[in-house]
Every structure is written in structure tokens, then in C-alpha cells.
Design a protein around this ligand. Structure first.
Ligand code: UD1
Length: 324
């Protein structure tokens, strides 16, 4: 297939490019403005450096390339930043997504895969999320993504677009062959930050909130290895190519770890005594988010291979040591 990948220089996009490229089956064009992504992270595909808000340029690109599928990663992802700068999130995640979806409709690129998030569920009672759970985001990041989900649903109902929306839980780790990993500057992700501490790039870290209603008082998340998440995109593409109907699906392992458990795993795997200070809660954090992710296994045959916190941590740490 001829595929447009937006945001392919970013963390998740680059891992998907790696898997897609290795199949040798596709022609891939990547649109990335390199605002947070890195050119060297794109191991496959032809890069076009462009902003998605530049509709004229994107229109011309679609006209020229005649894409059959679009995998749309480009967006902003830092929850606390979305609380202080919501306009950035509605522009980058909602408005730019509408631009891309509109171009897909106009140029008959009918297969669309969208990066959504567990943040659409908000602070769900009990924290166990099925695709039917109510969606009440508690931060602009989650709202900006949910708005795009809703736009896609409505646009698909009125056009020939078929989509897969993947609601990512907490993506972490690096490619198992260490070809690529998370390069995001000033990353806020827990496992990345703990790995920076373990590799000596940071002196200490903070634990945001110890008074949550969880077994040890810290937030609980469903951490999923980035290569497993990347494979879910490859499987989604095959599903759509074979005529599958539009779907919204959770992508997680179905069990979780607390912030303390994650930091302990990093201590154990690396042998480094990480200094972690308990401080107040961070704005926009939900207490507990765990996926029920049976639907994705049944619908597109996704079979995760790296459901192991220590392996996730090990790859993140090894990558961090490699990353200058
Ligand atoms: C959020 C989004 C997720 C998105 C990710 C990208 C939600 C529910 N999820 O995940 O969809 O992909 O951001 O950034 O909004 N923590 C610390 N100390 C740290 C860093 C984190 O204690 O230095 C804690 C956080 O408070 C949180 C947990 O670790 O409880 C995980 O945080 P993080 O890795 O930032 O991801 P989320 O905010 O859960």
C-alpha cells in the first residue's frame, strides 16, 4: 500500500515505521515538522518536512502521492502542558487532525489509523476501561483526542473512510533490537524519567502524589511495550486492507503497576538506587487506568510479545545509555 505516516519521526511513529519498513510491502511517505521528532529515528520512508496546518501543501502532497492509507501520529502528548496551554492541544491534536481527515476524504485515501489515548476515559470509577466505558476526559490532551475520535466517527459515517482508533495505554520502552527508542526532549513519561536517573542524566525524580486510593497510594497505569503497540498498527493496517469495519480499540495489557512498583522495577533491573521524592499530585492525572483489551486481540488478531515490566524497563534503560 502507499501510506502517509504523520509524525513518523516521533517515539511511537518511528517504531511503527521500523516494523512497516521491515515488511517491505509498502511505500511510505512521512510528514513530520521535526518539532519534537528526530530525522534519524525514521529508518524507513521518504520524509517531507511540513506542518499539517499548511493545508495547501498537504493538499498538493495528497494530489501527487495518491495515498491509500494514513496513519496519523502527529500531535502533542504532554498532559500537564495541555492543562497550561490548551490552545496548542486543540490546534495540534484536533484542528490539524481535521485537516488530515479532510484531505483523506477529498483524495479518497479511505483507510485511516488514529493514535488515541486512555486519557479519553478520564478518572473512571475503578479505573478499568472497556471501549464501552464512558469517556469524560479530565485534561485538554484527552479532550483534544476524543474530539478527533468523534470527528472521525461522524465523517466515516458520511463517506467511504474506514478507521481504526487505537486508545493507547502507557507506552514505554524501546525497540527490542535497540535500533530506536524514545528521544523526546524534556519527556515527562515515568519510565523514561526513571531511566534518565538510572543512567546518570538526572540526579533525582519526583513521585507525583502518594494519597491516591490505590494499594500504595501512587497512581496505577497499564504500561505497554512500544514494539507491541507498533505491531498493533501493522495489524490494524492489514485489517483495514482486508475490508474490516471501523473500530475503536483499547491497546494495553490489561493489568497495571503503581508508580512505586515501576521505580522499584527500574532499581532492580539497573542496580541503581534511584532517588525519588514524594511531592504533591500533578495536574490532570487520573488515579488508575487499566485496559480491558480483549477486543483488539479478537478483532485484528493482535498478539503482544513483551508483556513484562522488567523487559520494558530494560529496553528503556539500555536505550537511554545509548542515547547521547
Ligand atoms: C499520559 C496519557 C497518555 C499519554 C502520555 C504521554 C493519561 C491518562 N494518559 O500518560 O495517553 O500517552 O501521557 O505523555 O493522561 N509520574 C511520576 N513522576 C514522574 C513522571 C510521572 O510520579 O516523574 C507519574 C504520573 O503522575 C502518573 C504516572 O507516573 O501517575 C505515569 O505518568 P506518565 O508516564 O507521564 O504518563 P500518563 O500521564 O499516565
Amino acid at each position: 500500500m502507499k501510506i502517509l505516516v504523520t509524525g513518523g519521526a516521533g517515539y511511537i511513529g518511528s517504531h511503527v515505521l521500523n516494523l512497516l519498513g521491515m515488511t517491505g510491502e509498502h511505500e511510505i511517505v512521512v510528514v513530520d515538522n521535526l518539532s519534537t521528532g528526530r530525522k534519524e529515528a525514521m529508518l524507513y520512508g521518504r520524509h517531507v518536512e511540513e506542518n499539517l496546518e499548511n493545508t495547501e501543501a498537504i493538499d498538493k502532497l495528497f494530489e501527487k502521492e495518491k495515498f491509500e492509507a494514513c496513519i496519523h501520529f502527529a500531535g502533542s502528548i504532554v498532559v500537564p502542558e495541555s492543562v497550561t496551554d490548551p490552545i496548542k492541544y486543540y490546534k495540534n491534536n484536533t484542528e490539524n487532525s481535521l485537516n488530515v481527515i479532510s484531505m483523506c476524504v477529498k483524495h479518497k485515501c479511505n483507510n485511516f489509523i488514529f493514535s488515541s489515548t486512555a486519557a479519553v476515559y478520564g478518572d473512571l470509577e475503578g479505573g478499568v476501561c472497556t471501549e464501552e466505558s464512558i469517556t469524560v476526559p479530565i485534561n485538554p490532551y484527552g479532550t483534544s483526542k476524543l474530539m478527533t475520535e468523534n470527528m472521525l466517527r461522524d465523517i466515516a459515517a458520511a463517506t467511504d473512510i474506514n478507521f481504526v482508533v487505537l486508545r493507547y495505554f502507557n507506552v514505554a520502552g524501546a525497540n527490542v533490537d535497540l535500533k530506536i527508542g524514545q528521544c523526546t526532549p524534556n519527556a515527562t513519561h515515568l519510565i523514561k524519567i526513571a531511566s534518565e536517573c538510572a543512567s546518570g542524566k538526572r540526579e533525582k525524580m519526583a513521585i507525583f502524589g502518594t494519597d491516591y486510593n490505590t494499594p500504595d497510594g501512587t497512581c496505577v497505569r497499564d504500561y505497554i511495550h512500544v514494539d507491541d503497540l507498533a505491531q498493533a498498527h501493522v495489524d490494524s493496517l492489514s485489517y483495514l486492507k482486508n475490508g474490516g469495519e471501523s473500530q475503536i480499540m483499547n491497546c494495553g495489557y490489561g493489568h497495571g503497576f503503581s508508580v512505586n512498583e515501576v521505580i522499584d522495577a527500574v532499581r532492580e533491573v539497573t542496580g541503581v538506587e534511584i532517588i525519588a521524592e514524594n511531592i504533591e499530585r500533578r495536574a490532570g492525572d487520573a488515579e488508575k487506568l487499566i485496559s480491558v483489551a480483549d477486543k483488539i486481540r479478537k478483532t485484528i488478531g493482535w498478539q503482544p510479545k513483551y508483556d513484562d515490566l522488567k523487559l520494558i524497563v530494560k529496553t528503556a534503560y539500555e536505550w537511554e545509555k545509548k542515547l547521547k
